[in-house]
Design a protein around this ligand. Structure first.
Ligand code: NAP
Length: 288
């Protein structure tokens, strides 16, 4: 088993981003800015938001954090987003999901200016991703793509894992992870299978994969029976228990296999935050 070290790859990328921020400051006198919004006080969301703010500080991106109380209405959230849309110091806006009490998150996301939509969840940016014909086009046009899928692609490319012509099985079809990642893998010429809770013969389908991505949200769900030797396994899952964080892949059961795999923690998680920083710089440049 070979570990895909998300922390190391992420740190290298953050060092590069830090240098780019310095250059931006020297050349324009401006500092890229990211606004984060947390609604309520969910402990896991608080941890994510704090990591994002700290990551911004570490690379020199200015962060503007807003907390709204749990009972804030959809209209309150949209009113704040509209203010942030108009603030010239802010290049990116991140609304931490999930929102409490089943508020309609997509309505709130739709109110983010597409130019500041650093999570790529506005229909305009999701549409651009779907319409693009190739990975190169996505990169050249600076399309804002959801951070976790972008991070997964970065891990694959940096680890020299061949994507073109390979069979990729993505387990999970959420708008945040599964769907955009499938489009990115397709843009890199993989043959993509999207699996979900109604998929039949999931084990057999997964065993056909050269690249398998688990984005399910069920601890240890994928074990060695789902994986063929030689595969690359990307574990997106973050399943918190009081003792430990588990991925969606049963790491112990695949330890002796001839595979490459991202650990949890230390795999996809750090890359997600790094891609948020990357997207903030993209948004800065697109807004100019
Ligand atoms: P989600 O919206 O709950 O989607 C889960 C997906 O898994 C759904 O498409 C669901 O299928 C599918 N699924 C559920 N049970 C299944 C089963 N038994 N067999 C096959 N598919 C099944 O979750 P998400 O937002 O995509 O997140 C997925 C995981 O990634 C979570 O653990 C989350 O915490 C983690 N995550 C990590 C990061 C990171 O930075 N590392 C970022 C985002 C999310 P249906 O559509 O049919 O219901």
């Amino acid at each position: 088993m070979k570990i895909i070290d998300g922390k190391k790859i992420s740190n290298e990328k953050r060092a590069e981003i830090k240098e780019r921020v310095v250059k931006i400051r020297q050349q324009t006198g401006k500092i890229p800015g990211l606004a984060t919004i947390l609604v309520g006080a969910d402990p896991a969301s608080q941890i994510y938001i704090n990591s994002k703010i700290k990551a911004c500080e570490n690379v020199g991106i200015k962060s503007f954090h807003h907390t709204l109380n749990e009972n804030s209405s959809k209209e309150d959230i949209i009113a704040l987003i509209k203010k942030l849309n108009e603030n010239p110091e802010i290049d990116g806006i991140l609304l931490q999901l999930p929102l409490p009490q089943n508020k309609n998150a997509q309505d709130c996301l739709n109110s983010i200016s597409p130019l500041k939509d650093v999570d790529g969840l506005h229909p305009f940016n999701a549409g651009l991703l779907n319409l693009s014909k190739s990975w190169d086009e996505i990169i050249e046009k600076n399309i804002l793509v959801s951070c976790t899928p972008l991070g997964v692609m970065h891990l694959l490319l940096k680890s020299n894992i061949e994507v073109e012509g390979k069979t990729a099985v993505v387990v999970g079809r959420s708008n945040l992870v599964g769907k955009p990642l499938s489009m990115l893998l397709l843009s890199k010429n993989a043959t993509v299978i999207i699996a979900h809770s109604k998929t039949k013969n999931l084990k057999e389908i997964c065993r056909s994969a050269d690249i398998i991505v688990a984005a399910i949200g069920k601890p240890n769900f994928i074990n060695r029976e789902f994986i063929k030797n030689g595969a690359a396994v990307i574990d997106v899952g973050i399943n918190r228990t009081p003792e430990k964080i588990y991925g969606d892949v049963n790491f112990d059961s695949v330890k002796d296999m001839d595979i490459e795999i991202t650990p949890v923690p230390g795999g996809v998680g750090p890359m997600t935050i790094t891609m948020l920083l990357e997207n903030t710089l993209k948004a800065f440049s697109n807004r100019k």
